[in-house]
Design a protein around this ligand. Sequence first.
Ligand SMILES: [Zn+2]
Length: 575
Amino acid sequence: MRRILTAIGLVLLLASPVQARQPAADLVLMHGIVLTVDDKDSQAQAMAIRDGRIVAVGSDTAIRQHIGRKTQVVDLAGHTATPGLIDSHAHILEGGLKELFYLELSHTTSIADLLAGVRGQAARLAPGEWLQGAGWNEGALAEHRAPTLTELDATSDGHPLWLMNTTHHYGVANSAALALAGIDATTPDPMAGTIDRDAAGKPTGILKEAAMQLVVSKLPPESPAHRRAALLHVMDEMHAEGMTGVKDPWLLPADWDAYVGLARNGELTAHACALFYAGADMTSAQNVVATVKHARLDAATISGHDLSVCGVKILLDGSAMARTAWMSDDYPADAAHPAPTGHGYPTVEPGTFRNMVRLFVAEDISIGTHVIGDQAIDLAADAYADALAATPQHGLRLSLIHAHHPSDHALAVMADLEKRYDAGYPEIQAPFLWWLGDALPSAFGPERSQHLMPLATYRRDDIIFGGGSDYPVTPLAARYGLWASVARQPLNGVYGQQPFGTAEAVDIHTALRSYTIWNARQLFLDEETGSLEVGKWADIAIWDRNPYTVATAELKDMTCLMTFYKGKLVYRAKS
Ligand SMILES: [Zn+2]
């Protein structure tokens, strides 16, 4: 330990005799800048930790008294400590599967690149095996379009192929996959889904929303070993980015079993909290109530807040990039999206959605509803208000996931629900403005784009929000979200460097709260983590720079030096 810490410029001090009457600390961090993110946003120099929890925060002089003969002392050498960062919306299990086992397309910059990846992967697979890929982003492709059926057929060597778009709201199949799924020109669009077609009515391979299931249901199931490997892999990545908590927002029972397996072995080294997918009708809703109750019993057998159940996830609309998010006004028409563009659609029948919400609230189960378009946001906010009026419950922390473009009405309802019921919290992903920032402006148009993710308005209205990545939709590292909340800049600037304006930006103090204490709240762990205060778990990230003082552009490049989860070192930088 000493050698490794020294290697990154941190020095273990020799322990000095214990002077205090209280038991000595197991671990002391000193000579640093400690951003506590407590109510007053106080700063300190040092912390003492015992049995995984913070026992003192203060000056070097005050904390020195907690050092005993066996205390491990880490000299932070002026580096900055923050609470371990938390993501309130990251699909870490699914993302891990994609990183480890599928063709990774998130850094592809042209159709030729993408096709080269397909060709390479096809050569590695056994005959007839599915070729699965994910992460392509037309905003980042030079051609700003999806690959065509002809291109994919010519490069996939007969393998059935499915490439999920980075939004996870559409993907593209090749002819072999369409044939296995039984999709041809005569196949009708499923409810709440779209089979994209050319001028002659022939499917193009692009399947949106519920239509994706036609192909996805034919994919081979993931093994428990793959799920386990995926979680372990992404937890390592989280630690390397100073992250110690996550809400994984779309689990099926087999995914939950993978989490439980790790937690029971003590291998879950982050606070993880699950949302179970609730489906789109009352039958699936009743089933998920039983799933949640069963999972709560599992979670009760796991101590130490490693794993918990956050509630259920409902998908109420689609994505702006697919033009399926449910808006009031039509999408702007352009060359790639000729009129009539429509204004998206709900993916659950609105009356059914209201009944689902009422059921879950009556069952004391929290809900996160995916809502992007303003119509979807209005409906979710109103349904929450109705259900809470019918069954008043304080502290369910019902959330509005994404909430890209809330109306004034929705803002008023959220503010009221937060105050009255501790519910109605937007869970936003500022990195969308970056990673999808070269495609979103065309979907919302220049005027609406200025108000996407209206973080400043949320604060003006005293609305607390959670921050996230929606990984693997955008990269996992929470530092990107800290930066994007402040900078609101797109990846390449296809629509200019500031298509979202800066009027809705927040400062780094607010951004950090949204990835720490406010997200702890959304994981029901605000008494346990999310700030560096006495009594809380010692979930701590050490950084090479102080986010409160560096230039905005540098937030994106913050480097994590060490991560502690419940007082244990789970990551240290190599150089
Ligand atoms: Zn998501």
